[in-house]
Design a protein around this ligand. Sequence first.
Ligand code: COA
Length: 253
Amino acid sequence: MTDLVKISVDSGVMEIVWNRPDKKNALSNAMYRAATEALARAKDDAAIRVVILASEGDSFTSGNDLADFAAAAATGAPTSAGGFIEAIAQFPKPLVAAVSGLAVGVGTTMLLHCDLVFIARDAKLTTPFVNLALVPEAASSLLLPAHIGHRRAFAMFALGEPLTGEQAAELGIANAAMAASEVLSAAREAARKLTQRAPGAVMAAKKLMRDGEKIMTQLRTEGAIFGERLKSAEAMEAFTAFQQKRAPDFSKF
Ligand code: COA
């Protein structure tokens, strides 16, 4: 149990809320596990029709906790991110996201598995995997280029270039961009409407729209390479640089 993720259920809607604002909602192993368990519960409980992903504070999430990445690299123990990513990628019911502020790494790639996304105009989406000597995850190497094209996706992955919430909506990663103060109510209103639809039809439509097998194959291929990269000296330099609040130096590699 962790209080760094708030989970509540009301009128058929589960809300999973990142609640670690002092760390920009960096996702720790315990947070991933709590969210994964909540998704399993939501999947099995017929009374839960929709899940909303949202956040406290000024950031959606700054992505994986880099201290957990460094620990995984040092010990070889897997992080809990993989379980969460598989759970959202395979979640059969609608996932609705309310996004404001920073959405770094998995903060952006999890949106590619959401069915509705409401985003603040000034939100900042980044996927700086290569800056950390890592590779894209969560099937984003397949899904992001499919949404925004190879070149723009490569600039995000390899140069760390951001997208604003406004751009995300224009490019179809989000349904609508609005004031940050409005994203949660927009997500709740959409979720409320979804609870009134026939649940079997909603799930069947979602399943038809996604090539689940291809997504899982890509996700696992990425996961194997990501695990190798995590243990690399290049990645260790990136994590150490973050802890030491300096830019990484890859010149020796
Ligand atoms: N993992 C662990 N801690 C993180 C974190 C992360 N991903 N992101 C932010 N934090 C912590 C910072 O270390 C800092 O902690 P401190 O107050 O104890 O020093 C606190 O959250 C606030 O972050 P700070 O860097 O001071 O805020 P900022 O507004 O200047 O910058 C970010 C915010 C998100 C741009 C910056 O923190 C960052 O680049 N984080 C790493 C993002 C990342 O690479 N994620 C993984 C992607 S795969």
